[in-house]
Design a binder for this molecule. Structure first.
Ligand code: HAM
Length: 533
């Protein structure tokens, strides 16, 4: 038996999609496509252009933008070290593995050899640009020289004297070398994107989009990754459709138009039970004061709160407002509202946002408890829920994030945007009976005989060119069986091609709904179908 072959008694392992990820299959994917096409169309009518950004970025980008203390960054990101030099990384892993205190000369000899190899490889990798020429990397490279010399010196001493005390020194050197190797920066710490706003801002800066006419209006769609506890409407790989407006002013009409655009999109899809919640969470000036006030109020009622909320009094009091715990609702209702503590600038921004929404006929509900789980927001925040989703019912979240571009090293820039959870949007559409139908075929070609097969291939080409969906069986089937197949596939017509049809040049078309048949020349057939379908 060849090496790769599976032994008879061993059942080959069955693979399954990883927890929190899933396959999207036809016919459901037709609904996904319809949703995405609608987004392309609607967003284009608002003057948005599509941006495609990478699936992974430097971890630091998300940490800075979304916030290091948020659940997303502190617990949910898929992160890994991305280095070009795998061999160097493997060697390092080997060398930094914790060693018990050893007194075996062979261990030290081989350790010395491997560190020598590591040092040489690191030097070469820096030389050819595989590893960054950072001050720290250069220092490690320089320090490893004398450390290796000391190891070699002691090895020679040991060979001469066999003095076991030398091992103690060895162990100390190994510790120092480990610390040096740990400090080597072999590449970037990267993460699969948990969201896309950070990347869009990074791209805005990187491509100097502030030179373009402002504001720049961008939208995106694609998978995002968060290591959350999977449940209905919550996945570890999920899909977002989002949009961002960057640069220009922070005119309230921009906030309102962005929200109008999402609502128009949902309307176009006939999403049901849509509810828009709106809030202003203030700015760097007024929010900290409100947070302190909230904290002070929460401390007074601490004993009546659950463990999570008690913890959040310290870490992030705003998140207490998010609590769904039955027993906490009465207490939360008595807490101060942010709307009463906004600074004058925030007040004069929020009121016209509401007015602008009314001018656009967008119905909203003010929700003073709406706080968002990402750090970059200020002023306008909003969330949209839809029906049929159970506890994970937010289909869209967004808000204003002036200052985020600056935080990422760009010029002062206004920004606002949203992201729709596409999985949830699809779920809600399905729950309200908007699932995609199984894709049938327009024409099933039933053929028998070699000459008919050649004609069938030509017929399929012509029909497909005309835009019809065609099923051409790859092997000959008796007509009875072929027609059965056509039925199962939900075909509307069967084109029957046998010897007679081929020699006469007249093809038989059977309408499967009523069983009627008629004969056509090839051009007439296409004309006929165009009229019928
Ligand atoms: P977010 O609220 O974290 O905001 O996510 C937006 C939407 O993505 C949620 O309302 C939800 O529909 C969906 N979503 C989030 N996590 C999951 C999950 N694990 N499974 C399924 N769906 C999920 C953001 O991501 C911001 N970047 C939105 C934004 C853009 N703000 C300004 N611009």
């Amino acid at each position: 038996m060849s090496e790769g072959a599976v032994k008879k008694e061993e059942k080959p392992r069955k693979f399954q999609a990883i927890r929190g990820t899933r396959d999207l299959l036809p016919p459901e994917t037709a609904l996904w496509n319809r949703v995405e096409q609608t987004a392309h169309k609607v967003f284009a009518t608002f003057g948005f252009g599509e941006i495609r950004i990478p699936i992974f970025e430097q971890t630091e980008l998300f940490a800075r933008a979304v916030g290091g203390e948020t659940d997303i960054v502190s617990k949910e990101m898929y992160s890994f070290e991305d280095h070009e030099s795998d061999e160097l990384a493997a060697l390092r892993t080997l060398l930094i593995a914790k060693q018990p205190s050893v007194s075996d000369p062979n261990f030290f000899w081989s350790y010395e050899m491997k560190v020598t190899e590591f040092r040489e490889r690191l030097g070469r990798a820096i030389e050819i640009g595989e590893v960054g020429r950072t001050p720290l990397n250069e220092r490690v490279l320089a320090d490893l020289g004398p450390l290796l010399d000391s190891l070699a010196f002691d090895r020679q001493e040991y060979e001469k004297t066999k003095d076991a005390a030398i091992f103690e020194r060895f162990n100390l050197y190994v510790g120092t070398i480990r610390r040096h190797l740990l400090a080597v920066d072999l590449g970037d710490q990267v993460s699969l994107r948990p969201e896309a706003t950070a990347s869009v801002c990074r791209a805005y800066i990187e491509h100097n989009m502030n030179q373009l006419p402002q504001p720049v209006k961008l939208y995106y769609m694609g998978p995002m990754f968060r290591r959350e506890r999977p449940q209905k409407g919550r996945y570890r790989q999920f899909y977002q459709i989002g949009a961002e407006v960057l640069g220009g002013s922070d005119a309230p009409a921009i906030d309102a138009e962005v929200i109008e655009m999402v609502m128009t999109f949902f309307d176009r899809l006939e999403l049901e039970g849509v509810q828009l919640d709106l809030n202003s969470i203030g700015c760097r000036d007024c929010r900290p004061k409100y947070v302190e006030l909230l904290r002070a109020e929460l401390v007074k009622v601490k004993d009546k709160l659950g463990a999570d909320s008690q913890r959040r009094i310290e870490t992030n009091p705003l998140r207490v407002l998010d609590s769904k715990l039955e027993g906490e609702q009465g207490i939360i209702a008595t807490l101060p509202h942010i709307a009463d503590h906004l600074c004058d600038d925030c007040k004069t921004h929020y009121a016209p946002v509401k007015h602008q929404l009314e001018m656009r006929g967008v119905i909203y509900r003010e929700n003073w408890r709406l706080v968002r789980g990402l750090d970059y927001y200020m002023r306008t925040t909003f969330e949209i829920t839809a029906q049929g989703l159970g506890s994970q019912n937010a289909v869209c979240g967004g808000g204003r994030y002036d200052g985020l571009v600056e935080l990422l090293g760009g010029p002062p820039t206004k920004g606002i945007g949203f992201a729709i959870g596409e999985d949830r949007l699809i779920l809600s559409l399905q729950e309200s009976g908007k699932a995609a139908a199984q894709q049938g075929r327009d024409v099933y070609i039933a053929w028998m005989g070699d000459r008919a097969h050649a004609t069938a291939i030509r017929a399929a080409k012509g029909l497909r060119k005309a835009g019809f969906s065609v099923e051409l069986p790859p092997v000959e089937l008796k007509f009875g069986k072929a027609l059965g197949q056509a039925d199962k596939l939900g075909a509307k017509y069967a084109l029957i091609l046998g010897d007679n049809e081929v020699s006469e040049g007249l093809w038989t078309l059977k309408t499967l709904a009523d069983g009627s048949q008629a004969k056509f020349t090839e051009p007439d057939l296409i004309e006929h179908l165009k009229k019928q379908l």
